[in-house]
Ligand binder design. Structure first.
Ligand code: PGA
Length: 240
């Protein structure tokens, strides 16, 4: 586990963007695993800026997102489809057919899980971008999720719904279920970059780096990954 401590969110995003753009330039058909939430927005802004200024091409890039709420259609402004379109995809030259996000509005959610899992099996993710929840979740894999989990349906932890309610008008609008890559899927990525900023992540980062490897802290399994970089700002790493 390589740990890079930086001053703040801006530096965290700069370094993450440097890793991603370097990889894409070296390997134009990179398969990226992508995350939503506040954490990667700075990274995505930098990728767009670099695309505009340096013409880094996404033409042959494939992307797989970690998760999606169940019950929100793609055009709902709270869906992760919408988030990704707004914060990244509409601003780069990615081919729409190379974008994969679980469909939380599928009629048969179990079938959707099986099919998304199949797609992941057929595509090795070269670089997975991850955020972390204040309870140590990765994707929507809440504490207690099996390390051997694959794509599955999750009932969201109340803390997670509360944390995510900042994006909604009120908490009862936050969906109760989501579909997420499992921990096993995440661990199959060739390389992982975990990003964390802010003091609300300090306990989760401490537990991830120094605590026991336990299903009670989903991110703790990342310590066993052979190629993981953790980029943390001063507040997130204040207990480390
Ligand atoms: P955040 O969420 O980036 O909005 O803090 C991260 C997560 O819950 O995984």
């Amino acid at each position: 586990m390589k740990i890079i401590k930086v001053r703040n969110y801006e530096e965290m995003s700069d370094i993450a963007a440097e890793y991603v753009t370097t990889l894409i330039k070296e390997k134009p058909d990179t398969v990226l695993g992508l995350a939503t939430g506040s954490t990667p927005i700075g990274l995505y802004k930098r990728l767009i800026k670099d695309h505009n200024e340096n013409k880094t091409s996404y033409e042959n890039i494939k992307t797989f997102n970690l998760d999606e709420y169940i019950g929100l259609d793609k055009n709902n402004s709270q869906s992760y489809h919408y988030f990704m379109h707004e914060h990244l995809f509409k601003n780069i030259n990615i081919n729409k057919k190379n974008i994969y996000i679980p469909n939380g509005f599928a009629k048969d959610i179990n079938k959707e899980c099986i099919e998304y899992n199949e797609k992941l099996k057929n595509n090795v993710i070269h670089l997975q971008i991850l955020g972390i929840g204040s309870n140590g979740h990765i994707g929507f894999n809440e504490p207690g999720t099996s390390f051997s989990s694959e794509v599955h349906v999750v009932k969201l932890d109340e803390n997670t719904r509360k944390a995510n309610s900042r994006f909604f008008n009120q908490i009862n609008e936050v969906p109760t279920y989501s579909i997420t890559m499992g921990i096993k899927n995440i661990m199959e990525a060739k390389q992982i970059i975990l990003l964390a900023s802010g003091n609300q992540k300090a306990n989760a980062i401490y537990d991830t780096i120094h605590g026991e490897v336990t299903e009670n802290v989903p991110a703790s399994i990342l310590r066993t990954h052979p190629n993981i970089i953790v980029i943390v700002d001063e507040e997130a790493s204040s207990l480390v």
